[in-house]
Design a protein around this ligand. Structure first.
Ligand SMILES: *[C@@H]1O[C@H](CO)[C@@H](O)[C@H](O)[C@H]1NC(C)=O
Length: 416
């Protein structure tokens, strides 16, 4: 114990020294930006191209998405036209010419892709091996720096999963990690995981996953939506009085704390924040407080084109129209707004600041923002990228060694 203790102390002191004398890029808090290929299809001026990515605001950018081929069990493109014909992968990697410090990752999976292809591929060792081999070839061919697995969700039967996914997900990440090591490449393996406690038990070997993955990205959003039958913000920080039953604990802090309590080290955990709002139709326009009954999703946005969902750039313009009431959830620490039977729960610079402060106090590795094309990127409500710029500023301030806050390491030393 004594020996272990002093080894730990040395390691901690060593990281302290490293932090104060020339922190490497690796130790700087991360601000990971997600780029979505489909946003280039929007009508102008909203078409969002790879060349639009503000590489100076991010430490990492993630290309969304590639997928799993369910017949070959290999990594596959989901949008051949964009990725290959228009040279999306190549142009994405070319961002390094303009932003030499930027790290570029690729995400596999996503909501539309679903869980079934992962479930089938990960079920057998030979299929996993085939997949992993194709990943190694892909990473080498395009020179990505890392891979993020977005399996939504292992063990989720209604999304084509099986109870075996829980073990198989772990085996998959283990196989990927070993293959990258064998290839003697610095490629990272990150996993995107839910903050939703109802999903942990059925799909996640939380402790083992945290040990093996380089980074665990916890999605701190979409925790409420038109499917829940009441109007609410979707990324609340803590329990509010109206959170009962399954909704108790369904919030950012409890979700992250659960992963930490399972043994995840804070310096490997990233909190995901949304640049989108969730919209509702109220049953009764007179009943508009948090948790009021809703009858369904709000209408499609003109550009994001999906019911119950709006990008911040759509929300900020909508809220300029007359008669919107803007409110603040004082416990969940998120803004919401309503007019008549329309109701929107979203994030603004103030709620994002609350999240960064909390992430800093927990010593987490940083933030990921989903996604660049949902911020006010054309500056329709003021300066362009208001949310990304404010996240960037907050994260930069935390990164300064003399800011007195630091991301975690200093506080661990003092508490030792
Ligand atoms: C965020 O929304 C709340 C509630 O409307 C408001 O009080 C606050 O000023 C907003 N923050 C910013 C930066 O706009």
């Amino acid at each position: 114990m004594v020996v272990l203790g002093s080894v730990l102390r040395m390691l901690l002191l060593w990281s302290l020294v490293e932090t104060h004398y020339g922190a490497t890029a690796e130790q700087r808090p991360r601000l990971i930006c997600h780029y979505t290929t489909w946003s280039q299809g929007r009508a102008n001026p909203y078409s969002y191209r790879i060349e639009d990515i503000p590489g100076d605001l991010c430490t990492h950018v993630v290309y969304n998405f590639v997928g799993v081929d369910v017949e070959e069990y290999e990594l596959t493109t989901l949008q051949r036209e964009i990725d290959i014909v228009q040279n999306g992968f190549g142009r994405f990697i070319d961002l390094k010419k303009r932003f030499p410090d930027l790290k570029l990752h690729v995400a596999v999976g996503g909501w539309d892709h679903g869980g079934a292809p992962f479930s089938k591929m990960a079920a057998y060792r030979n299929r996993r091996q085939k997949f992993v081999k194709s990943v190694v070839e892909f990473m080498a061919r395009y020179s990505f720096d890392g891979l993020e697995i977005v399996w939504l969700y292992p063990g989720s039967v209604e999304r084509g999963g099986t109870p075996n996914d829980k073990d198989n997900f772990y085996y998959l990440i283990d196989d990927l990690k070993r293959a990258f090591q064998r290839a003697e490449q610095p490629w990272e393996v990150a996993i995107q995981v839910p903050a939703d406690h109802t999903r942990f038990e059925i799909g996640y070997q939380q402790d083992a996953l945290c040990e093996i993955a380089d980074y665990v990205h916890i999605a701190g959003y979409d925790l409420r939506g038109s499917w829940t039958g009441f109007a609410d913000v979707h990324s609340p920080m803590q329990n509010r009085p109206h959170d009962q039953g399954n909704y108790r604990g369904l919030n950012v802090q409890d979700g992250v704390e659960s992963w930490l309590s399972k043994g995840c080290r804070p310096e490997n955990v990233i909190l995901g924040v949304p640049l989108l709002g969730r919209t509702f139709l109220l049953r009764n326009s007179q009943q508009n407080a948090l948790g009021s009954p809703s009858s369904g999703p709000g209408p499609k946005g003109q550009h994001t084109y999906s019911e119950g969902y709006l990008g911040y750039f759509e929300i900020c313009q909508k809220l300029k129209e007359p008669n919107w009431r803007m409110r603040w959830d004082p416990i969940g620490l998120c803004p919401y707004a309503y007019r008549g039977t329309q109701w929107i729960g979203y994030e603004n610079a103030t709620s994002l600041e609350e999240k960064v402060k909390w992430v800093t106090s927990k010593g987490l590795a940083g933030i990921y923002a989903f996604s660049l094309d949902l911020d006010d990127y054309r500056g329709k409500c003021g300066e362009a990228y208001p949310l990304m710029k404010s996240l960037h500023k907050l994260i930069e301030n935390q990164a300064k060694p003399d800011s007195g806050i630091g991301f975690g390491i200093d506080r661990e030393i003092f508490g030792y």
